[in-house]
Design a protein around this ligand. Structure first.
Ligand code: THU
Length: 159
């Protein structure tokens, strides 16, 4: 019998350690939280995607009284980016969450469905997406979805 151990690389830093492009992307994700439609959870999530053409596209969670009909900030943002700019890859994605009058101290991490969509976007453009997860205290930087979604389902060729 063999064992496979999977490791993930997560860089932990604070806002002052980021370069100016990263700071802008985080600021845009934070701003986007304020336009979230989250009347049920009151948990407002914002995301900002930097595209290869330099555009920054933002989005946020959009809830619905029929709960499964809502969508997370990450997917709203990536789908909008891909819909508007289908010819440009996504280089990085920043995510921030705001609730009870404050941004969270620790970052939140994308849900499973959003991870799968991030993976698809990486595969579509053959470009790893740098993920910046904002927390007031710590910021996590992940260099590609593989570190968040190991052993992913990424191909139907085997079927
Ligand atoms: N949510 C996101 O938008 N992104 C995440 O990474 C986690 C959760 C949303 C879904 C729902 O509208 C609210 O946050 C509470 O789960």
């Amino acid at each position: 019998m063999k064992q496979i151990n999977i490791t993930a690389k997560i860089i932990v830093c604070n806002y002052n350690e980021l370069n100016s492009a990263e700071k802008i992307l985080i600021d845009k994700a934070k701003e986007a939280t304020f336009k979230a439609y989250a009347p049920y959870s009151k948990f407002q999530v914002g995301a900002a995607a930097l595209l290869a053409n330099g555009e920054i596209v933002t989005g946020n969670n959009q809830e619905n009284v029929a709960f499964p009909s809502g969508l997370c900030a990450e997917r709203t943002t990536l789908f909008y980016a891909n819909a508007q700019y289908p010819d440009h890859s996504v280089k990085s994605l920043a995510i921030a969450a705001y609730t009870n009058g404050d941004f969270l101290e620790k970052p939140i991490s994308p849900c499973g469905a959003c991870r799968q969509v991030i993976l698809e976007t990486e595969m579509r453009y053959n470009q790893a997406i740098r993920i910046l997860l904002y927390g007031e205290k710590d910021i996590y930087i992940i260099e590609g979805i593989n570190d968040l979604l190991p052993l992913a389902f990424g191909s139907i060729e085997a079927i």
